[in-house]
Unconditional design. Structure first.
Length: 175
């Protein structure tokens, strides 16, 4: 699953003390919850959405616990396919880790907040974001070098077009 994080400039939410308000806004900022003007997600309030309840009521309630998809589907009263869609979103942010399920004898995968701690999981996400930005920087530098070579070659091949009569008049014209 490729790493995917939405970056937006935002004021830290540290002055806000309401857990739900801060969590909703944070999850919107990083792209897990879709932004909406009316505070609703899907068919009802964002606080009742599967995506939000998965994060708040399951994963953050007991962050060290590994949840099986079947357990999450029952807890959230939704099909497993919906659970997996939201798990994959969280995995793409690198906030979740898969925990092997050999102890249950079925080999199922469990999912939990990486390291059992959201702040430590975010360290992992942040490191991936820094690596992605570093790679973007390398590409930007390469594009710039190629553009300079291309531009120099274009200038050597043909002189710049002569200014149009209208442009020539405006250079020395009065105000």
């Amino acid at each position: 699953m490729p790493f995917e994080l939405q970056l937006r400039y935002a004021t830290p939410l540290t002055p806000v003390n309401d857990f739900d308000e801060v969590l909703v806004e944070f999850l919107r900022l990083v792209g897990y919850l879709s932004p909406s003007d009316d505070g609703r997600g899907g068919d009802g309030p964002v606080g009742e959405s599967i995506a939000y309840r998965l994060m708040r009521d399951c994963l953050l309630r007991d962050p060290a616990r590994a949840w099986y998809a079947e357990e999450l589907a029952i807890a959230l009263k939704t099909p497993k396919s919906s659970v997996y869609r939201h798990i994959n979103k969280l995995k793409s942010l690198d906030l979740l880790e898969e925990v092997g399920g050999a102890q249950d004898g079925k080999g199922r995968k469990g999912y939990r907040i990486r390291y059992g701690n959201l702040a430590r999981a975010w360290d992992f996400t942040e490191a991936n974001a820094q690596n992605a930005l570093k790679r973007y920087r390398e590409t930007v530098n390469h594009v710039q070098a190629l553009a300079e070579k291309w531009s120099a070659a274009q200038l050597q091949q043909a002189p710049a077009p002569a200014p149009t009569p209208k442009a020539a008049k405006s250079k020395g014209g009065s105000r």
